[in-house]
Ligand binder design. Structure first.
Ligand code: COA
Length: 157
């Protein structure tokens, strides 16, 4: 799948195991202690109900997003596990387009809502998610580490 964005050269495509090295590079660039390891990324990318999307700008790996579809007795919902944009490509709408594309996939797969966790001091990501219609549900104390709390967010699809 490809789609035009604010920056006309941003392309969103399916991501897979061949992108693992770039994903790990961006996890290290984007996150601190909460970064997923290569092993964890491999698990997320290969999970049968997972959706992994990559953003390319001028042929370069600029970002990615991974979500998983969960089905239980309460219904079907999507959960966003990670969203990473290379520091050199930020502010071009890439994070927005990756998230929108994943939400579309979730909806097309029957998800009624989407959940995510974000560090409570991550103003940039919080602004992005609010812009896309996510609402704060509650704080999860010490989610990432002692004293580093998460906001649980939800969006109805
Ligand atoms: C959060 C992140 C994915 C945003 O990526 P991006 O491609 O720069 O985002 P966009 O260009 O689509 O901007 C989307 C919105 O984010 C917010 N935003 C972007 N840069 C911002 C900044 N420097 N300060 C505050 N808000 C900012 C704005 O609301 C912006 O919307 P607007 O341009 O309409 O005002 C990117 O900064 C990143 O990878 N951060 C590190 C990893 C991370 O925090 N991931 C999310 C974890 S849950």
């Amino acid at each position: 799948m490809q789609q035009n964005t604010r920056s006309s050269s941003v392309k969103i495509r399916e991501a897979g195991l061949k992108d693992l090295a770039e994903m790990q590079r961006l996890e290290r660039m984007c996150f601190d202690i909460e970064a997923f390891s290569k092993f964890q990324l491999r698990y997320l990318v290969t999970t049968p109900t997972g959706i992994s999307l990559a953003a390319e700008i001028d042929g370069k790996f600029a970002g990615f997003i991974i979500g998983i579809i969960n089905r239980n007795r309460y219904g079907t919902y999507g959960r966003i596990y990670t969203l990473d944009v290379d520091t050199g490509f930020r502010g071009k709408g890439t994070g927005t387009e990756l998230t929108r594309a994943l939400l579309e996939r979730f909806k097309a797969s029957g998800c009624e809502k989407c959940f995510l966790e974000v560090r409570e001091d991550n103003d940039c990501a919080i602004a992005l998610y609010h812009k896309l219609g996510f609402e704060n549900k509650h704080i999860i104390p010490h989610y990432y580490a002692e004293g580093i709390h998460a906001i649980k967010m939800r969006k109805d699809l």
